[in-house]
Design a protein around this ligand. Sequence first.
Ligand code: XBP
Ligand code: MG
Length: 259
Amino acid sequence: MDSKVRAVLFDVDGTLADTERDGHRPAFNAAFQELGLDWEWDVDLYGKLLEITGGKERILHFMEHHVPEELNRSELGEWIARLHKIKTRHYVGMLESGGIPLRPGVARLIRHLRDRNIKIAIATTTTPENVTALLKSTLGEDSPGWFDVIGAGDIVPGKKPAPDIYHWVLDQLKLPAEQCIAVEDSENGLRASLAAGLDTVVTVNGYTRFQDFTGAKLVLSDLGEPTKPFSVLEGEAGVANGINGSGWVDVDLMLKLKG
Ligand code: XBP
Ligand code: MG
């Protein structure tokens, strides 16, 4: 084991799997329908709503801007929490039926890091149940136990782009940021990881491709597989370290990023 990279901290939504457009979004819509609301989040609107991380926070933001007359419900916070619980049930159901696969290179990298005795952790704003359901449905029943730390949801006061969840996970790992690497997919996520002092690899998706990734070590199409390499989209570190072609993310590449 090389002390330069002791742990890799993974974001979940958009990073481990493409969960937003065809996972969370229809789950929100199903919850709205179940409560008799005529709200419908289409693909474009949802892309804009993703600026707000966290499902409950996203619902409140939508209400403030699109249906402000609904804000005078009594016990609004509890009502949103109930609506969000319904959304989580729909989303977890989708995962349990095997509806959402991991992105290219994710399973390979997780297994590779375990083989090399490098710690793995999760740092996400999503609800904890969503994380375990995704891991179990894609990597197997015991896979949540592979992670040294799972930091998710409301355990910290500030969701991304606040660095709180990364600070919390680093505290639990008892490791300094300098010995870790974060993997993210979005500008909000990158702002959070950078503010916690983490070198960050970004793998983009349809919603995040044109966001601002200033400060990322490397911006890639995906984590890559030997049979289907990534393409490098941005990142001076990539060019400086000879990663300007294509390949797949592994420990050797992460060590190159650490310089
Ligand atoms: C992900 C999110 C999450 C999901 C929904 O952000 O913002 O809110 O969209 O999950 P990141 P919940 O990938 O930056 O962590 O509805 O469970 O909050
Ligand atoms: Mg994300």
